[in-house]
Design a protein around this ligand. Structure first.
Ligand SMILES: *Cc1c(COP(=O)(O)O)cnc(C)c1O
Length: 349
């Protein structure tokens, strides 16, 4: 069987050997009773690493965001997000389903909202208008191509939110990629937000799970929302154990994924018909516009798959490639050759 080079997402990463052994040996208890020592250890470690008072182990990034939002927001209120934020774009309208709340979308080119955009979107006190209950930022920003929030921009947004007395949540599914790209500890990246949701199961390679971190009383209330949404798990130590390894051993190596993404982006950008905005390639995501290859996205992806390289559709003419632990530099070079074949083949016809 030929191994496929799977660049669809960093969610496809498999747990490492060390993670599998840690799962086997994990000490467990009933976490809904608060008695799973491994889950408690993961939550403590996540809180310390993120510089927050407490953390909650949740089933997925979506659950981390939505438990967080439900704890912040009530019926009839409004949440400000960037127009292509995962929370709004990819979470099956959970904000309206769970909270009866709506989203105010802020369009941007790169996923980074300005403090001024947010200031203008915050509702005045007025009987006609919903109350703005939350501002949510996404770091790194997935649909913008893994872009990183500059620390000064977060500080600016914090000042606007404080001025209006509105809490700030970060969808930090890939916030460790942001920290590594900036060369700062992750707590520096999240210090301006009240709450943050972080995926253990993407570039950090844990098989499942995310953590939601924030103030202790907030996390206690969030614990009930997690239960309500069906996320109260029992002997969850078996899946928390690899999460501990994710946080302690898998962060620094994200730099390799970023180097591989940069290499891929530069090679793709040189090909006729393929357009890549290299300025937006800051972490492990590369978005290529293939409009000028003459191929549709589905034809392009189909032909690439025949050469054992997988990527994903990201819009009418856009394809997303994501580098990760299970893709080596050699794999990237092989993938580049495959794209070259597909693209030059297309142009001959
Ligand atoms: C992957 C992702 C999530 C969460 O996804 P799950 O599949 O639910 O774990 C949230 N936000 C962003 C930006 C993501 O990329």
């Amino acid at each position: 069987m030929t191994n496929k080079i799977d660049l669809r997402s960093d969610t496809v990463t498999k747990p490492t050997e060390e993670m599998r052994k840690a799962m086997y040996g994990a000490e467990v208890g009933d976490d809904v009773y608060g008695e799973d020592p491994t889950v408690l250890r993961l939550e403590e470690l996540a809180a310390t690493t993120l510089g927050k008072e407490a953390a909650l182990f949740v089933t997925s990034g979506t659950q981390g965001n939505q438990v967080g939002i439900a704890t912040h927001v009530s019926t009839g209120e409004e949440v400000i997000t960037e127009a292509q934020a995962h929370i709004f774009y990819y979470e099956a309208a959970a904000i309206s389903v769970f909270n009866g709340a709506q989203v105010r979308q802020i369009p941007t080119d790169n996923g980074i909202m300005t403090p001024e955009q947010i200031r203008r979107a915050i509702r005045p006190k007025d009987v006609h208008q919903p109350r703005t209950a939350l501002v949510a930022v996404e770091n790194t920003h997935n649909r913008a191509g893994g872009t990183v929030w500059p620390l000064a921009a977060l500080e600016g947004v914090r000042a606007v939110a404080d001025n209006a007395g509105i809490p700030l949540h970060m969808d930090g599914a890939r916030v460790f990629n942001a920290a590594v790209a900036l060369g700062v500890p992750v707590r520096e990246v999240v210090k301006h937000v009240d709450t943050v949701s972080v995926c253990l199961s993407k570039g950090l390679c844990a098989p499942v799970g995310s953590v939601l971190a924030g103030p202790r009383d907030f996390i206690e209330r969030a614990r009930q929302w997690r239960k309500r949404m069906g996320g109260g798990m029992r002997q969850a130590g078996v899946i928390a154990a690899p999460g501990i390894i994710a946080l302690t051993k898998m962060v620094e190596r994200l730099a390799e994924d970023h180097e591989n993404a940069r290499l891929l982006a530069e090679k793709l950008a040189q090909m006729d018909g393929v357009d890549v905005n290299l300025d937006k390639v800051e972490t492990n995501i590369v978005i290529a516009d293939i409009a000028n290859t003459g191929l549709s996205v589905s034809d392009f992806l189909g032909r690439l798959a025949e050469r054992n390289v997988l990527a994903t559709s990201f819009g009418e003419t856009l394809v997303r490639f994501v580098t990760h632990h299970d893709v080596s530099r050699q794999d990237v070079e092989t993938a580049v050759d495959a794209v070259h074949h597909v693209v030059s083949g297309a142009r001959v016809h």
